[in-house]
Design a protein. Structure first.
Length: 165
């Protein structure tokens, strides 16, 4: 796996990852997370992804295939409670369904930890959907994150988690 800085040219691949993941989640009765319709056909979601892609995207590749993407910022989203210190916030972590089980997400999160340490930042935070069976929260706990607070985002609730790199 190699990691490269992404950009607007990666938008189609990122939207395809979202579409595949939404279909996979919906097929398993987990449409509460991201819905049950392709994101590429929803102008509001396309704009959201355009913002994420333009905002510090990193692309993990296996061969010539995008295996996962990560967006990290030194700023939390508006809905997250203030950290009270400098932080690196994972705004997007998404793994291609074709590369599930290959620890792509873990490697991208390890990269985020290294970035934080390299910039003298002592806190990495992420948030995820708090609904369903809690599998997503357990995933982040398995990556070393600790749940802190749950906050409403629209009609849903997200779990904010943190890690000291």
């Amino acid at each position: 796996m190699r990691l490269r800085q992404g950009g607007p040219g990666d938008l189609p691949a990122v939207l395809a990852m979202f579409d595949d993941t939404v279909a996979w989640l919906a097929a398993r009765g987990r449409s509460g997370q991201w819905g049950d319709r392709p994101w590429s056909g929803d102008p509001d979601r396309v704009r959201l992804v355009e913002g994420l892609v333009a905002d510090g995207l990193w692309v993990a590749e296996v061969g010539d295939s995008p295996a996962g993407v990560l967006t990290i910022r030194e700023e939390a989203p508006a809905y997250a409670p203030p950290a009270g210190e400098r932080e690196l916030y994972v705004r997007l972590l998404l793994v291609s369904r074709d590369h599930t089980g290959a620890n792509v997400g873990g490697k991208l999160l390890a990269f985020a930890r290294r970035q934080a340490r390299g910039h003298g930042i002592g806190l990495v935070r992420v948030d995820c959907w708090s609904g369903g069976d809690g599998a997503l929260i357990r995933y982040y706990e398995g990556q070393g994150f600790t749940p802190t607070v749950r906050v409403p985002v629209g009609e849903k609730e997200v779990q904010v988690l943190q890690l000291r790199p």
